[in-house]
Design a protein around this ligand. Structure first.
Ligand code: ADP
Ligand code: MN
Ligand code: MN
Ligand code: MN
Ligand code: MN
Length: 387
């Protein structure tokens, strides 16, 4: 068997990597699976999909296992192991890597009683968080600042693409839609938007799963969209955001569409994609909150470049996005403003009027890790985690 494979791999056709031209996923007859979905499964068995962030820090992986009965909470959900050397999370010679469940959701693909299990990853060798696991960092800060009741609202922007890497709905073979970008934002009509079925399917799947899923809109770039998670308390916001990314990629797979969270997916002539983080705590929401928000802004300004290093999967890709154009503030310059979409931090007009409320950090890239960003916001504004 090995020698056949070795022979095959000598043929250039098997060694050349090319983009897919078509996705087999949506061409496959989706009705056939219905036959098998009709089969009644044993009463005492459920299917659990364990989901985690891989070593890239943006892609997710999953694998399924059969449990005897549905766990009622994460503590009764068993830990599991996987081959971390195939996900960029361990060396081949020491590859057992641990999945530790942190949140359970209803499975919108198989439906009840089946579940999705969001996990964080620990190294098998020393039990420490894997290098792309920032949940521990964020959760420690949530615990430390519990009394401040931190709330987050996250706006995930993203871009749909054909599997050939071309933006969904854009003219093939070059060029871009001959419409002004302003018309695609919250737009309707085939001229302005592409992929709404995916948006709709994703929204329903997220609500079914039990996420704090709060809304969607078409974005400025044709084929670009946004959804919002929260306002949620503490760690539930980034947990739900990661699970909503998982669900999005899984739904889009059914349609043969690729999702990218790249902050500047179509080059400098076209809009970028971010993940605005809206943040508040007891102090910002109470009387005198506006003054505390200004204190936070001062601290954020001091830490600007440190944050910029952590506000995206790739600092330089976010640098391309934060060009000062397309409603962004320049990468190197910190600024804030009321009602300003050109500022790093934006306050809504009624925050100034009421003297309290929340602020919006517009700097994070669409491919940021919300565990990292939410954690840094708490650490900077409220203080470091107690050990
Ligand atoms: P825009 O696109 O104008 O920035 P969105 O409606 O997309 O506005 O997002 C606003 C976000 O602000 C929502 O995700 C919401 O959850 C969040 N938000 C509202 N009030 C608060 C608050 N007090 N604390 C934290 N986040 C909040
Ligand atoms: Mn195996
Ligand atoms: Mn928004
Ligand atoms: Mn937006
Ligand atoms: Mn926003």
């Amino acid at each position: 068997c090995t020698s056949i494979l070795q022979n095959l791999s000598r043929l250039s056709i098997f060694t050349k990597r090319t983009m897919l031209k078509h996705s087999i996923n949506h061409i496959m007859n989706k009705k056939v699976i219905d036959r098998y979905n009709r089969l009644c499964l044993p009463d005492d068995k459920i299917m659990a999909t364990y989901c985690w962030i891989d070593g890239s820090g943006i892609n997710m992986r999953c694998k399924d296992r059969i449990l005897r009965k549905a766990p009622t909470d994460v503590k009764s959900c068993p830990k599991w192991a996987f081959d971390g050397s195939s996900t960029g999370q361990a060396e081949t010679g020491d590859s057992d890597t641990v999945l530790s469940p942190v949140a359970l959701y209803k499975d919108p693909f198989r439906m009840e009683p089946h579940i999705l299990v969001l996990c964080e990853v620990f190294q098998g060798s020393d039990g420490k968080p894997a290098k792309t696991n920032f949940r521990t960092f964020c959760n420690d800060l949530c615990e430390t600042h519990k009394d401040e009741d931190p709330w987050f609202g996250l706006e995930q922007e993203y871009t749909m693409m054909d599997v050939d890497g071309w933006n969904l709905g854009w003219p093939k073979g070059g060029g871009f839609p001959a419409v002004k970008y302003e018309f695609s934002y919250c737009g309707i009509g085939a001229k302005y938007v592409a992929g709404r079925d995916i948006v709709e399917a994703h929204a329903r799947a997220c609500l079914y799963a039990g996420l704090d899923f709060e809304g969607t809109n078409a974005e400025v770039m044709h084929g670009g969209w946004e959804w919002q998670i929260g306002t949620s308390v503490g760690i539930k916001a980034p947990d739900d955001l990661w699970m909503s990314r998982f669900i999005m990629n899984r739904v889009a797979e059914d349609y043969g569409v690729m999702i990218t969270y790249h902050p500047k997916p179509a080059g400098h002539l076209h809009p970028g994609m971010g993940m605005h983080h809206n943040f508040s705590c007891k102090k910002t929401r109470s009387d005198g909150g506006f003054d505390f928000i200004k204190e936070c802004i001062k601290k954020l300004e001091k830490n600007h470049m440190k944050h910029m290093k952590n506000y995206g999967n790739d600092e330089n890709a976010n640098r391309m996005r934060l060009s000062g154009k397309f409603e962004t503030a320049p990468f190197e310059e910190f600024s804030w403003g009321v009602a300003s979409r050109k500022a790093s931090i934006r306050l809504q007009r009624n925050v100034e009027k009421n003297g309290k409320g929340f602020f919006e950090d517009r700097r994070p890239a669409a491919d940021c890790d919300p565990y990292l960003v939410c954690g840094l916001l708490m650490e900077t504004c409220l203080g470091p985690a107690k050990k």
